[in-house]
Design a protein around this ligand. Structure first.
Ligand code: ADP
Ligand code: MG
Length: 701
């Protein structure tokens, strides 16, 4: 039989066979022996540490207890159906609770038997319980490999368990896999890197990650594998950036002309902030290199990204090109159009708006003017990327709130000219540095980290339900000063019906407190027909209503400078970046603005941290950082569509130091050996050339 290696299909591994192979492929996407080896434990149980039931408390992350399962009972019906077990040791008893796999568990658990269980203690009504604990029969505990004290835990699924592939079963496979291919595991990093970064050799790390002898051993293995994963991601990203520069010739904007200067000297109503100046300069330098620019501008709500975009577009026009700006919603596009035409005045250049609701006749005129080159700036929604929209010579594209657009839509804009236009992507959702280095590692990043002078910071407070009367009083006061108020409710798919009921109840309450004809209330939620939504929104924008009751549909962009109070109901249910975005809807005018976070009395630890963070700071970057720590990178807005973040072991929230180390190393390599021709870097070049070109990496912008 030919020698097995990491690329051998998994069914050839002893103990697997076609059926198990099939379920491993379907459930875990493990196709080869190498895939299996890269299916790392998600946790380790320190087998030397046991707790007594009396010692358990809800602050513990997890605890291992030896005791006996005394009873097992199914209770509740339908959605509240659950399996409850009583578990006891010599110090007391606790409840074990399962909501899933009930039938399977009832069959497989032995009432009366001794178990080693592991789970996170939680408290309910003063009673400690463990939900979905791991259960292991005490007396059949397997002989351990080596004198392992850190026992790996692999995540499994109900289907896998039917094939005996629970955590133990997977561990057995890992052992076979390692025994089979250990000798053929090749080092993936050059010697000098292993040496200088003090990394554990590859094969040794693979062994230690699955069968650690001690904590130190394990930590070294984890560090090595994280470094490797992040290193190769950065190697691919930075190589791509390098290729982009070589591949895509860009339009050269080599002069600052009349339009830019006229605008700057005669029209600009305020001095630019230093951050704005810096970013405009970065863009000017970038667009004069002869290579295509791909730049991400991050700047908090209200930091003045629009004017930066506008000045960049004027630069393009001065150099004989057209420019366009795409926004994710009609309302935003309208506001950009209104804002930009107001800033520009009539003289400097021609600007038009194109959205889904532009009448056919107007559309035809726009199409024609674009092709003739008599239209300089086009602002709009998705309507911009339709194939019918052809430019005479587009040189600059601005995309606002990029995370709302898919990769494909952005790519379409690239193709609007033979030489792709420069791309400026703007986002008001700051992304922590580590995330940006990975998600946008092949883009250049500008940061507007300064708000225009004279902005009054928004005052943020957290109130509980019993302070509602005070809130009503405050609302009345603000309205009497002529201000407008947002009241936002969560509307979450999973609990949509309940949420709509809450919203309606809240609305009724408000209507009682703020009755017609003196007060008028707008209501906007995602379940309304678009027409009604726009109508209600417009009433509020025009100041015809004083209160806007809404769901998060108002999250992005809308600008009503006269609205100075943002009340967020059930604020504990919102994510941090969402809260920050919502708060950014106020504080846009000259008045002192307020954000009131309403919540129930019962707050989870995480919910509490979120609200405290909001009260403490209005710095979007700081908030993004806390968000990343709380939720992990997968849930940060905008990352979902980016395959870049599917990592096997590294975690961008926790591994900033290793990431920086790996990235700096890669930067250094490309600096000294851009073509990877040096003998010591040859294996890196081979790695890159083996990877199929064109997977997602180069399409991020
Ligand atoms: P965002 O970055 O959220 O898109 P905008 O571009 O909409 O912010 O700017 C918010 C407001 O601040 C606008 O009314 C804009 O005219 C104003 N603004 C922008 N830059 C400055 C500045 N340097 N000084 C004063 N006001 C500014
Ligand atoms: Mg904006």
């Amino acid at each position: 039989m030919a020698e097995l290696s990491v690329i051998t299909p998994i069914e050839y591994l002893k103990g697997v066979g076609p059926q198990k192979a099939d379920v491993l492929k379907k459930e875990l996407q493990l196709f080869t022996i190498g895939d299996l080896l890269q299916y790392y434990p998600f946790r380790y149980i320190d087998r030397t540490q046991f707790h007594k039931i009396r010692q358990l408390h809800p602050e513990m992350m997890g605890a291992q207890v030896l005791g006996r399962l005394i009873s097992l009972q199914e209770v509740g019906e339908k959605r509240s159906r659950r399996l409850v077990g009583q578990f006891r040791d010599d110090t007391g008893s606790i409840e074990l609770v399962w909501f899933q796999s009930i039938t399977w568990l009832k069959k497989s658990l032995n009432v009366g038997a001794a178990y080693i269980i592991y789970g996170k203690p939680t408290e309910f009504n003063g009673q400690i319980s463990l939900t979905h604990p791991e259960m292991e029969l005490y007396n059949t505990q397997e002989k351990k490999i080596g004198n392992m004290t850190m026992q790996p835990v692999y995540s499994s699924t109900e289907k896998l368990k039917k094939f005996n592939l629970d955590t133990k079963g997977i561990q057995r496979l890992q052992q076979t896999a390692l025994e089979t291919v250990y000798r053929s595991l090749h080092e993936s990093l050059p010697d000098y890197i292993i040496h200088e970064h003090q990394l554990m050799p590859y094969a040794q790390a693979m062994l230690a990650i699955h069968f650690p002898q001690n904590t130190q051993d394990l930590n070294a293995a984890i560090r090595r594998l994280k470094f490797e994963e992040l290193f190769f991601i950065q190697l691919r990203l930075l190589r791509n950036k390098q290729l982009n520069i070589q591949k895509y010739r860009g339009h050269r904007f080599d002069k600052v002309g009349d339009k830019f200067n006229t605008f700057f000297n005669e029209r600009l109503p305020f001095p630019l902030t230093n951050a704005q100046k810096r970013v405009v300069k970065e863009i000017r330098i970038d667009t004069n290199t002869g290579a295509q620019m791909n730049r991400l501008v991050q700047g908090d709500v209200g930091s003045g990204k629009t004017v930066v975009a506008l000045m960049s577009m004027l630069l393009a026009i001065d150099n004989g090109y057209q420019a366009c700006m795409m926004a994710p919603t009609e309302i935003l596009a309208q506001q950009h159009y209104a804002g930009i035409t107001a800033l520009l005045g009539e003289e400097i250049c021609t600007v038009k708006l194109l959205t889904g609701s532009t009448p056919a006749k107007e559309r035809r005129i726009i199409h024609q003017q674009l092709e003739e080159g008599t239209l300089d700036i086009l602002i709009g929604t998705h309507a911009l990327i339709e194939d019918k929209v052809k430019f005479k010579n587009i040189g600059f594209v601005v995309i606002d709130e990029q995370h709302r657009f898919g990769v494909e839509q952005r790519a379409k804009l690239w193709r609007k000219n033979i030489i792709p236009p420069h791309m400026l992507v703007m986002t008001a959702t700051p992304i922590p540095r580590t995330l940006a280095m990975t998600m946008y590692g092949d883009l250049d990043i500008s940061v507007i980290d300064e708000l225009p002078a004279g902005r009054k910071p928004i005052k943020t407070v957290h109130f509980f339900e019993n302070q509602r009367l005070r809130v009503f009083g405050f609302m009345r006061e603000e309205i009497s000063k002529g201000r407008q108020i947002y009241v936002v409710y969560p509307l979450i798919k999973e609990s949509e019906k309940m949420d709509l009921l809450y919203l309606e109840a809240g609305l009724e309450n408000l209507q009682r407190e703020f009755p017609l004809p003196h007060y008028k209330i707008s209501i906007v939620h995602g379940k309304m027909p678009v027409k009604d939504k726009d109508f209600e929104m417009q009433r509020f924008v025009k100041g015809e209503t004083q209160i806007m009751v809404a769901t998060t549909v108002i999250e992005v962009g809308v600008n009503v400078p006269n609205a100075s109070v943002m009340i967020i109901e059930n604020s504990e249910r919102f994510g941090l970046s969402q809260l920050h975005q919502l708060r950014g809807r106020v504080g846009r005018g000259a008045e002192q603005s307020f954000c009131i976070l309403m919540s129930g009395n019962k707050l989870s630890k995480e919910g509490k941290t979120r609200l405290e963070t909001m009260v403490r700071t209005s710095d979007g970057f700081e908030i993004a950082e806390v968000d990343l720590q709380l939720r992990g990178p997968g849930d940060i807005s905008g990352t979902q569509q980016s395959g870049v973040l599917e990592m096997k072991i590294a975690n961008l929230a926790a591994d900033q130091a290793i990431l920086t180390e790996a990235r700096n190393r890669v930067i250094d390599i490309f600096k000294t050996d851009p073509q990877l021709l040096l003998e010591k870097n040859k294996m890196l070049g081979q790695y890159l050339s083996q990877r199929s070109p064109g997977i997602s990496w180069d399409k991020i912008s």
